[in-house]
Write a protein that binds this ligand. Structure first.
Ligand SMILES: [Zn+2]
Ligand SMILES: [Zn+2]
Length: 274
């Protein structure tokens, strides 16, 4: 019964598995739909500190599309397979990003904020989910946690209002390294008011918020988004879907059954698909 629209392949340069291998596991696990959402290449000139391992490269995109088409041909009679991208929002490179997206049509997009500005020293993008050290460096350079999470959620809102992506990726990714509220109080009024303002925008722009199980395996050790935010989503009746954010074939639909049980206990009644 489950659908998983957030999966990565070897084309992320930090994941493994060919699309047809991932599709085979999805069939084995009884999924009814599978979406490939490789990281859309960043516009030329936007750099990040991972030696090109955070996103797909331009010289890989045609092969990615080709392999997704092959997976559709091989497994499309067993489950619905969609071609998608996980898309970043880089305001200073917005014109190039829009042109690039238009050149590579897809079935759907996941809109995700991973980049919150860039470092002064080397102008490389600040990936908030890269390492704890880089996260701390960014917090220090950019005025502390409250300033940063306020900026992060503003970016989520701006992105939602200006792009037609269907799914919002890992809504509270900013908490990835915030285990035991180490950097900020995720239950504070200041933090949750940013989330509420964001959810109001996601509701009015008809976005689907993914419930992303990958967070269970990160420093924070819980799904994205966290329980208080799930309650707000429920209250606003914002549609949700389950996502694994798999980076290897065996991670497809990881922890979906347990997470769906948890969600039904909270009061959710349905998952939305594409
Ligand atoms: Zn992501
Ligand atoms: Zn992802």
């Amino acid at each position: 019964m489950f659908k998983d629209f957030h999966t990565h392949t070897l084309y992320s340069n930090h994941g493994q598995g060919h699309p047809r291998e991932i599709a085979a596991i999805a069939v084995e696990r009884g999924l009814v739909a599978l979406g490939f959402s490789e990281h859309f290449p960043l516009p030329t000139g936007v750099t990040e500190p991972t030696d090109g391992e955070a996103n797909m490269r331009w010289d890989q995109i045609e092969d990615y599309i080709q392999e997704v088409r092959e997976a559709q041909a091989e497994w499309g009679h067993r489950l619905k397979i969609l071609l998608g991208y996980e898309v970043d929002y880089v305001p200073e490179a917005d014109t190039a990003m829009r042109a690039n997206l238009a050149a590579y049509p897809a079935d759907y997009h996941i809109g995700s904020i991973h980049i919150v500005g860039h470092f002064r020293s080397d102008h490389q993008s600040w990936l908030i989910d890269y390492t704890a050290e880089a996260f701390e460096e960014g917090l220090n350079e950019k005025g502390g946690a409250e300033t940063v999470y306020t900026r992060y959620y503003q970016l989520v809102r701006d992105f939602a209002q200006s792009y037609p992506h269907q799914i919002v990726g890992h809504l509270d990714l900013i908490k990835k390294f915030n285990r035991d509220n180490r950097y900020f109080d995720a239950k504070s009024e200041a933090y949750l008011s940013q989330v509420e303002a964001t959810l109001d925008v996601l509701k009015s722009t008809d976005k689907i918020v993914e419930i992303n199980t990958a967070g269970l395996f990160k420093v924070i050790g819980e799904i994205y988004p966290s329980d208080p935010i799930l309650q707000m989503i429920l209250h606003r009746r914002i549609p949700i879907c389950l996502s694994s954010d798999a980076h290897r074939p065996e991670e497809v639909a990881r922890e979906f059954s347990t997470t769906w049980e948890k969600l039904t206990r909270l009061g959710f009644e349905q998952l939305t698909g594409l």
